[in-house]
Unconditional design. Structure first.
Length: 228
């Protein structure tokens, strides 16, 4: 497994697994980060995932730079990072277009497609959750069909409703909380992704497989009403 390690200030290091974003690299990053977090390494304070990187914050008074590097190298040597672990598959129902998907027509126009073709292309792939970020539980998903890749909005919205499903360049994702945002919103899911009162507040985790299922307004309302 090829990787490089660089310093990121006096209390952090970054592990790089190349620059190519892929399912294999994402799986490697997720698996190693989980092992580091569960190993209870004294002095390691936080582990943050990226597309192809792991950022580790540590306390130099508790673990030295060289000890940390040697510990990480030993973990990488002892573990088969290429082995595929069992992953959860989660289906996300989405009501596409209309008021809850105001940018669906724009995505279709920019890619010379019909709205139904955009929906079909968006729901066909199995997506991988690369990591969570931007806002609590926001999933950055890999696997978007290049035919519907669309730039971010030139003028971001001040308020994007929680549950909004969007596209930004070659990524698709779901807003777990209401927040500002510049993604092209093509639909909305009635399924909550973030519940701060739960012991595990996030519906999704890095490594999960996500599929999108188009639903009607009637089905959407039924799911909403079932949660009341």
């Amino acid at each position: 497994m090829h990787y490089t390690v660089k310093t990121a200030g006096d209390q952090s290091i970054i592990i790089y697994f190349g620059e190519q974003i892929s399912k294999q690299t994402s799986q490697t990053v997720q698996k190693l980060s989980n092992i580091i977090e569960s190993s209870g390494i004294i002095g390691v304070e936080e582990v943050i995932l990226g597309y192809t990187t792991i950022l580790i914050h540590y306390a130099p008074t508790r673990i030295s730079f060289h000890t940390l590097i040697n510990t990480i190298k030993a973990i990488i040597m002892d573990v088969d990072l290429a082995k595929t672990d069992e992953r959860n598959t989660i289906e996300i129902p989405v009501l596409y277009g209309e008021e809850l998907g105001p940018d669906l027509a724009n995505v279709a126009r920019l890619n010379n497609l019909s709205e139904q073709e955009v929906i079909k292309l968006h729901t066909e792939p199995d997506y991988t959750v690369y990591f969570l970020g931007f806002s609590p539980g926001f999933p950055f998903l890999g696997g978007l069909d290049e035919r519907i890749a669309t730039p971010r909005l030139e003028n971001p919205r001040k308020k994007v409703q929680a549950g909004s499903v969007g596209i930004a360049n070659h990524q698709t994702g779901i807003y777990p909380v209401t927040s500002p945002g510049g993604w092209q919103i093509i639909g909305h899911t009635p399924i909550p992704l973030f519940n701060p009162s739960d012991d595990n507040p996030f519906l999704l985790s890095p490594g999960d497989i996500i599929t999108f299922k188009p639903i009607t307004k009637i089905e959407y309302d039924e799911i909403i009403n079932s949660q009341i």
